[in-house]
Ligand binder design. Structure first.
Ligand SMILES: NC(=O)c1ccc[n+]([C@@H]2O[C@H](COP(=O)([O-])OP(=O)(O)OC[C@H]3O[C@@H](n4cnc5c(N)ncnc54)[C@H](OP(=O)(O)O)[C@@H]3O)[C@@H](O)[C@H]2O)c1
Length: 285
């Protein structure tokens, strides 16, 4: 039987429709339909296999892996907030030059993917250095999805209110600062410090109490390493770009002695994005 072939933009539309469905950790299969270009497109996703098992359209293998990479996040089986990260790194493992320049390591295809990840997330979290160096907007302007809440971890309240993340008209930008400070700003959450850091569990509890079920950590390496080390990172999208810079800011640091065999990642898929390769890594949690 002839099947209608769909494009990347149509995949995005179906994925964004999927985000509107209430997902339940115990539900196995999800069927989603949407009329796009006057055609009713329908697919079924198996959340145990983490795969699309049925479609009434033709999906080439690259688009299928891409679409599954979003559905694995939307229809995750976690009872707690689902937490994932994305980093774009050079071939030699850096996310920025020594002076903090990172725009743009990855291709436009990967940037578009990044905006899709924002659109399917409830909140995007970044470390203070990322805001100081990049001044990102963290919006979804390259795709059609909604802007998520945006939060920067900034214990000493050093990030300026004039930065892009905080000044956006949608008022969805916030910072988390130490409860020892008593700032009056509206866009601030306070948390206690333990050994001069916020506990990861306190950050997660705060974001959960605000109704966030999908937490996207967009960098940098420091904050992603914190979540990874404490085993709170469910998934990492690591984009590897054909660039060599010799020195720079590390992608992420794992402080442990391991044997090569024990360190091998078991669940991984690869997606070509322009000249880059995205590694979609499911982490043991
Ligand atoms: N290529 C990419 O995908 C990508 C993505 C994002 C950023 N970047 C680049 O990466 C660089 C920044 O990355 P980075 O790894 O240096 O820093 P980062 O992760 O952006 O920020 C680290 C800072 O966040 C705060 N922080 C993190 N965890 C905390 C906790 N548990 N409690 C309290 N504070 C905490 C600390 O700030 P304080 O102690 O100073 O308050 C820490 O120094 C920039 O150059 C940026 O351009 C690249």
């Amino acid at each position: 039987m002839f099947k209608y072939s769909i494009t990347k933009k149509q995949v995005y539309a179906l994925v964004l429709e999927s985000k509107k469905i209430t997902y339940k950790p115990r539900q196995k299969n999800y069927s989603v339909k949407k009329i796009i270009s006057k055609k009713e497109l329908l697919y079924t996703y198996d959340s145990s296999l983490e795969k699309i098992i049925r479609t009434n359209f033709h999906l080439n293998s690259d688009l299928k892996i891409l679409m599954e990479s979003y559905l694995q996040i939307i229809f995750n089986k976690s009872k707690y907030p689902y937490i994932f990260g994305h980093l774009a790194q050079t071939l030699d493992g850096y996310i920025a030059t020594e002076s903090g320049e990172s725009r743009y390591i990855s291709s436009i295809d990967n940037l578009e993917h990044l905006h899709m990840l924002r659109a399917i997330s409830d909140v995007v979290l970044v470390g203070s250095n990322t805001v100081k160096f990049d001044n990102p907007k963290l919006t979804t302007r390259l795709v059609k999805g909604p802007n998520p809440m945006r939060v920067v971890i900034d214990k000493n309240d050093t990030v300026k209110n004039s930065c892009n993340l905080l000044k956006n008209k949608d008022r969805k930008g916030f910072k988390i600062v130490s409860d020892k400070l008593k700032p009056n700003d509206e866009n601030i959450f306070l948390l206690p410090l333990k050994k001069d850091e916020f506990r990861i569990t306190d950050i997660i509890s705060l974001l959960k109490s605000l109704g966030n079920k999908i937490i996207f950590i967009e960098g940098g390496g420091n904050i992603i390493s914190h979540f990874y080390r404490k085993k709170f990172l469910h998934r990492l999208h690591l984009c590897i770009s054909p660039i060599l810079i010799g020195r720079g800011i590390n992608s992420f640091i794992i402080d442990k002695d391991v044997k090569i065999n024990e360190a091998k990642i078991k669940k991984i898929s690869y997606i070509k994005m322009g000249k880059d390769i995205l590694c979609n890594i499911k982490l043991p949690s």
